[in-house]
Design a protein around this ligand. Structure first.
Ligand SMILES: [Zn+2]
Length: 108
């Protein structure tokens, strides 16, 4: 299989044209210098209930508890009791959610 810089494709008139590549190994691109960078990124490992403050890991035996969290996000509009433009959130474990809201929930 040819490298990306060696690819050729037919033009509309059937003439084969060269498709240039910016790959650092191409002879014609030796003037372009490259460096390698390592990027750090945040990976979620657990979640804490805003009511009982218990932490559940996204891995191991607690992963199913973490999956059952309710992540409530509220954005207040005009006339909202929280204020116009308010942005609020709560992460609630299934046990606290059931204790507080269970009696209001109906099966659908
Ligand atoms: Zn909780």
């Amino acid at each position: 299989m040819a490298a990306a810089g060696d690819l050729k494709s037919p033009s509309r008139k059937g003439v084969w044209v060269r498709v240039p590549s910016l790959a650092p190994t191409r002879k014609e691109n030796k003037m372009i210098k490259y460096k390698t960078e390592t990027e750090e990124k945040q990976i979620p490992v657990g979640v804490v209930c805003d009511i009982c403050k218990k932490e559940y890991s996204y891995s191991g035996s607690e992963c199913f508890e973490a999956q059952e969290f309710q992540h409530i996000r509220v954005h207040g509009g005009y006339g909202s009791v929280f204020g116009d433009g308010a942005a609020l959130k709560a992460d609630i474990c299934q046990h606290c959610f059931q204790e507080i809201f269970g009696k209001y929930l109906i099966e659908v």
